[in-house]
Design a binder for this molecule. Sequence first.
Ligand code: 13P
Ligand code: SF4
Length: 396
Amino acid sequence: MTTNGARPGTLAQEPAPTPLALLLLGREADTASERGVDCPGDLPAASDPDLVARARAAKAALGDRVFILGHHYQRDEVIEFADVTGDSFKLARDAANKPEAEYIVFCGVHFMAESADILTSAAQQVILPDLAAGCSMADMATAEQVAECWDVLTDAGIADTVVPVAYMNSSADIKAFTGRHGGTICTSSNAQRALEWAFEQGTKVLFLPDQHLGRNTAVRDLGLSPDDCVVYNPHKPGGGLTPEQLRAAKMILWRGHCSVHGRFSLDSVNEVRERVPGVTVLVHPECKHEVVEAADLVGSTEYIIRALDAAEPGSKWAIGTELNLVRRLAKAHPDKEIVFLDRTVCFCSTMNRIDLPHLVWTLESLVEGRVPNVITVDPETEKHAKAALDQMLALP
Ligand code: 13P
Ligand code: SF4
């Protein structure tokens, strides 16, 4: 058997992608979305024994002209070369605080590079080492779908009372929509404050695109009932909701989710409690509500890192977030028992697109005077997206 299930010597029939499926990575191009696009580069082989030396030499040759950002979910081989690491929001801010760097190499995914472009000066170029590093969650809300949703809310007579709150994990178009309608961006660390602010501005919230972060924050942190939440399905007429349901709801949750965190289940929690007696279960709020309810602690990537830093030696932890980060945390804390929450959930495949060959190709291209894979947000989108990002920065 080949790994894709085809008989040896036959070519597997590739399924036709649905409109919202990830494109087969590296095979097709759709630069207008978060989906995979071609990598034009002549990449060094992953087996090249000189990759580390080549990355070091290129980085040294570029000096202060380049600033490398590494998201917490990146591979070790990439994190080794990051000037700073962090969650998506911290990294965008770090980029903005480095105006002397001509090139910001963003080792993360597409929406993060867009946010960095919005928050950095026009003189700086933001580079994504592999353009196929998109985010399936961000892809679940397109500008057209969200405009259609707003029409549905208008027809139901409630658009005036709805404040949009968009998770950082969304495209620049969705951030711009949010800015145009007086809303705010949030991250997993400030979602509670963002929702509290939004409910001071209006009586309902449209939360995009992660239904789980929206529901978890509304129910756990704001004390709303799960019945106050409805899920808007962009693939159904009217979102699959009646005008009465929309009028009765406080939280209108977009039907999107993270394909990594969404795979942790109640069984994962029950199984780890049996496997590791006395374990503390700590999960990211992108997990399903039942997982979050069954966990001991819930928090953003930065919260998880801080919790493990502060944990007692000998304590036992099961962590429900991306595997690269959990493995690194387990290595960094040999005095604590840190396990991954589920036996089958794996890496974020698009985060993992950025590897050492892509980083070397990017840095060597810059040394040779070519600037590859620049991520640029058009000025009109940038203006409105920045308004929503600035609103987040101004949250109390
Ligand atoms: P943060 O970067 O805000 O922790 O979000 C988690 C995530 O899924 C990033 O893609
Ligand atoms: Fe997107 Fe989830 Fe991957 Fe983050 S971990 S980039 S939200 S798919």
